[in-house]
Structure formats: C-alpha cells, structure tokens
Design a protein around this ligand. Structure first.
Ligand code: IMP
Ligand code: MG
Length: 179
C-alpha cells in the first residue's frame, strides 16, 4: 500500500470483479446496437480501459473532457474536449469514475442528449450519495459501488493530480492534506 494511504477502500480484486460484471451486462444489453462508450476524462481512464477490453461486441469509444469554471466546485461546467463522433441516432453509454455532487454527470448527460442519440445511459464505478446536489436530476443506470462520504483516490481518481496511477481505491491520511 502507498505510504500516503490511510486505508484501501476497494481492492484490485473487488474492482476487477465489478468491471467484469459491468462488461458482461453491457455486452448483453448492447449486442447488435454498435454502441459508443464515452469516457469523461481524466478520472475514468482506468475503469474505461478495463471495461471496454472485456466488451465482446462491435462498439466504438470516445472521450469528453469537462471542467468547472475557475477550478471551483461550481455547478457551471464547460466542455474542454467534446466527443469526436457524431452520436445522433447512436446508442451511447457514458462511463464515469464517480457520481459525487452529480454536477458533472448532470452537465455531461444533457450535453450529449442535445446531440439526439438513440439512447443514452450512465455507468459509474462509484456513487457517493451523501454529497449529492439536490438540484441534480440524472441518475446513473449502473452503479459499481456506493461509498461513504470520504475523499478517495486511485484507479484514476486524483488528489491534486496525483495518485491516479494506483491500482486500487483508497483514502489518504489526513496529514497529506496539510502539506
Ligand atoms: P461531481 O461532484 O459528481 O460533479 O464530480 C466531479 C468530479 O470530481 C468527478 O468526476 C471526479 O473527478 C471528482 N471527484 C469527486 N469526488 C471525488 C473523490 O472522492 N476523489 C477524487 N475525485 C473526486
Ligand atoms: Mg472526473
């Protein structure tokens, strides 16, 4: 375990099992639909790669990059990089690392919906319901793990752009935030 970690919340093994479960469900549900899996950068990279590697049907992948204005946690988001594909009439699945306040997914969902896909679903690895903004109306169709109200890092998730490379999800020691 990394020295900055207080504890591991989700082990590589737990994540691997969940990823396989998602891939199996998506493979079944989207057979014959040539879906597009859209990853929201950067937090989703590990989850995204692991899931799509196990999908056994023809499909495409694409990415979006969004951020909140001025690096705040405000509900106002902007598109830094849009999807490259024309998704009109296509079956689209958004993959996300975490559904926290929900502001990001609320924005991403409506942004993609305005491009008139045939269907649009959301698959998130983590859900932290205690932090939800009550104004958020979207709901993920697939949730991996519901987690307590703790800031987590690893498996794509960062604290100040670090720890994304760790293969598990964990909680940092409090002193790390004091540095
Ligand atoms: P939102 O609050 O649901 O809009 O989530 C916004 C983004 O904040 C997520 O996509 C993550 O990249 C990041 N985020 C939210 N909670 C955590 C966390 O516990 N650790 C690391 N990043 C987080
Ligand atoms: Mg993110």
């Amino acid at each position: 375990m990394h020295q900055d970690m207080k504890y591991v919340l989700l082990t590589e093994e737990q994540i691997r099992e969940k990823v396989s479960e998602f891939a199996k469900r998506l493979t079944e549900e989207y057979a014959g639909k040539d879906p597009i899996f859209v990853g929201v950068l950067k937090g989703v990279v590990m989850f995204f790669a692991d899931v799509v590697k196990e999908i056994n049907i023809p499909c495409q992948i694409d990415f979006m990059w969004i951020s909140s204005y001025a690096g705040t946690e405000s509900a106002t988001m902007q598109v830094r990089k849009d999807v490259s594909a024309n998704i009109e009439g296509r079956h689209v699945v958004i993959l996300e690392d975490i559904f926290d306040t929900g502001n990001s997914l609320e924005f991403t969902y409506h942004h993609l919906l305005s491009k008139r896909p045939a269907s649009l679903k959301i698959c998130t690895l983590l859900d932290k319901p205690e932090r939800r903004n009550p104004a958020v109306t979207v709901k993920p169709d697939y949730v991996g793990f519901t987690i307590p109200n703790e800031f987590v890092v690893g498996y794509g998730l960062d604290y100040q752009e670090h720890y994304r490379n760790l293969p598990y999800v964990g909680v940092l020691k409090p002193e790390v935030y004091e540095k």
